[in-house]
Design a protein around this ligand. Structure first.
Ligand SMILES: [Ca+2]
Length: 263
């Protein structure tokens, strides 16, 4: 009997409302069945947590490990902003934020094909941005905005704006949304590629159903107080984890500053 892979297991047993989508019944004995059921329960239970001061740490390259974020008020999106911070030393291609819809695996995607190059996808259309900050082994603040009216998409890295490029004017990012950190979806909720997985730390993920003004993006980039996301909010996040991903405290920048003063 071939057990389901982690990604299949996640798809089979979980959805944002915690309702079983389908029951997978392996041919197991009583104790094995109990252990299997408990494993599924632990793996699939969605948590709601204030993640302020926390990071998701992805310590290993894999084609299964990921986090699914559950939007509070899932709705069709005509305008969107996503902000996050990441820390990595990857030089290869990697996914930083992957939102898929049933009809578009690249519904809203932040992707880095190589060091110093950022891609943003909306409903399968791609824009490439050069000349933005990119540093290995440092925290990088990344925001992306899109407005269906004009199609204009823009990235902000550490508060520095990209050029503005048109992606899918008139498009709608329709529900249901599958939002994944750590992997790039090539189908709704799955079809991950190890060579595009994320290895590093991600924190402060927020999503809004509108285009954030530049001042608010600067506040986010500076770590100042800002209005949290109204679609995804890091301080009140519902999520599931799959595989080797760890929720831990963010190492204090104050502590890092004290060390740097001594050198
Ligand atoms: Ca994809």
């Amino acid at each position: 009997m071939k057990p389901p892979s982690c990604s299949e297991r996640s798809c089979l047993c979980c959805n944002p409302g915690h309702t079983p989508l389908r029951t997978w019944e392996p041919e197991l004995g009583g104790m094995e069945r109990l252990v299997f059921s408990l494993t599924l329960l632990v793996t699939c239970l969605a948590l709601r947590q204030d993640l302020t001061g926390k990071v998701f740490t992805f310590p290993l390259e894999s084609d299964t490990t990921h986090v699914k974020l559950v939007a509070d008020k899932a709705k069709n999106l005509l305008t969107v902003t996503v902000c996050l911070r990441y820390f990595s030393d990857l030089r290869r291609s990697q996914s930083l934020f992957s939102l898929a819809t049933p009809s578009s695996d690249n519904g809203f995607l932040f992707f880095k094909p190589e060091l110093g190059v950022y891609n943003m996808y909306v409903l399968g259309s791609e824009a490439t941005f050069w000349g933005l900050p990119d540093r290995l082994s440092e925290w990088v603040s990344l925001c992306g905005t899109w407005d269906s009216d004009t199609g204009l998409a823009q990235l902000w890295v550490d508060g520095k704006p990209s050029s503005r490029k048109a992606l899918k004017p008139g498009g709608t990012i329709s529900t249901p949304h599958s939002i994944v950190l750590g992997q790039e979806q090539d189908s709704y909720g799955g079809s991950f590629d190890k060579g595009q997985s994320f290895v590093g730390l991600i924190t402060d993920v927020h999503m809004w159903d509108h285009v954030l003004p530049p001042l608010d993006i600067h506040l986010f980039a500076e770590g100042s107080t800002f209005a949290p996301g109204n679609v995804l909010e890091w301080g009140d996040m519902e999520y599931t984890r799959q595989g080797q991903v760890i929720v831990e405290d963010k190492q204090s920048p104050v502590w890092q500053t004290e060390i740097s003063k001594k050198h």
